[in-house]
Design a protein around this ligand. Structure first.
Ligand code: NI
Length: 182
């Protein structure tokens, strides 16, 4: 496994709509493993491929910090096929370090996707799982959590966002392995 560079606001891959996978291969599974390692290192609960410079439709979740009974999950070509209810909660993003804000989303979702074995499955999620899944599906569509914040909130964050924007612009667009700083 290897650690990947997490792209920040300003990096073009975050604004690209990711393309569907044709085949799930060993290469896909390696990417999944590297994404998990990267997400755990950053103490995140979800990560989309755009965030590591890969514009393909794959996201991972592990909401065990909030739901200890759940497990790590991989969604390839995820599609939200049903949603219900409404929930407002604070959301942050590994691509927007230091920033969080209130976001309103459906409280429950049903998702259809492929697993890393290439098999199709459907799953219903609520709570933190539903919130994180929708956040990551947004990433695959080039949408950042910022767009869900109020205008007032975005204005308050203006200087921080400008700084991140600059940092992200200087990052390479592609998958990039980084050395551990240990
Ligand atoms: Ni995010």
């Amino acid at each position: 496994m290897a650690l990947l560079e997490i792209k920040k606001l300003g990096c073009a891959t975050l604004r690209k709509k990711a393309t569907p996978f044709q085949d799930v291969t060993d290469e896909t599974r390696k990417l999944v493993q590297d994404m998990f390692e990267t997400m755990y290192e950053a103490e995140g609960i979800g990560l989309a491929a755009n965030q590591v410079g890969v514009t393909e439709r794959i996201l991972i979740l592990d909401v065990r910090p909030h739901h200890p009974e759940s497990e790590s999950m991989v969604f390839i070509n995820p599609e939200i096929i049903w949603s219900a209810g409404e929930f407002t909660g604070e959301e942050g993003c590994l691509s927007l370090p230091g920033i969080s804000g209130e976001v309103k989303r459906p409280a429950q979702v049903r998702v259809r996707a492929l697993g890393d074995d290439g098999e199709a499955f459907e799953m219903e999620l609520d709570g933190m799982g539903a919130k994180a899944l929708q956040h990551e599906v947004d990433h695959l569509d080039g949408v950042l959590v910022l767009e869900h914040f109020s205008v007032i909130k975005r204005n308050l964050l203006r200087n921080q966002l400008r700084k991140l924007q600059k940092e992200g612009k200087n990052q390479t667009l592609n998958l990039k392995y980084i050395e551990r700083e240990r």
